[in-house]
Design a protein around this ligand. Structure first.
Ligand SMILES: [Zn+2]
Length: 162
């Protein structure tokens, strides 16, 4: 690794640290020529997750898109940006763990809903109301009612339906 200050190739690692989720190694290095220090990051080369839309078109899984939807659902809720980022990290990890190269957009939506439900009930209903495109108010009220009566069982219910 070339020193960013003097371009010398040789350096020594003075500190290695694993990120919280163990997906990145951060290394502090010291240049053997000029003794200045710099940091390198090592992570696994990521293969993009492809999302297959209803009409068969494919697009790369896009964190920004999920973030936008989440922010909208979490508006005026007491949820930090950090919590949303962690949520998306976890979602992305889940998607990778399926080992599938292509994931139907419907499944992505359900995954977001399941996670969102554990996260915040209001945000969940908001997201569900957009995602499920409830045909009329009655559908929406029915969903809300079952959410209120079932509480924690709701996540299980969605899982079984699919
Ligand atoms: Zn140097």
């Amino acid at each position: 690794m070339k020193c960013p200050f003097c371009a010398e190739i040789d350096n020594k690692v003075i500190d290695s640290r694993l990120s919280k989720d163990a997906s990145v190694i951060r290394r502090r290095r010291e240049c053997l020529a000029c003794s200045r220090r710099f940091t390198t990051y090592e992570h696994i080369e990521e293969i993009p997750i492809m999302i297959v839309k209803k009409d068969g078109r494919r697009e790369v899984f896009n964190r920004d898109k999920v973030r936008t939807g989440m922010k909208k659902a979490c508006e005026k809720r007491n949820i930090s940006m950090n919590a949303i980022e962690e949520f998306i990290d976890e979602l992305e990890r889940d998607l990778r763990e399926t080992g599938e190269k292509e994931i139907p957009s419907a499944r992505l939506g359900e995954k977001i809903m399941l996670k969102l439900h554990e996260f915040d009930d209001v945000a969940y209903v908001r997201f569900a109301s957009v995602y499920r495109e409830f045909k009329d108010v009655n559908d929406f009220v029915a969903e809300l009612k079952s959410l209120l009566s079932n509480g924690a069982d709701m996540g299980e219910k969605i899982k079984k339906e699919n």
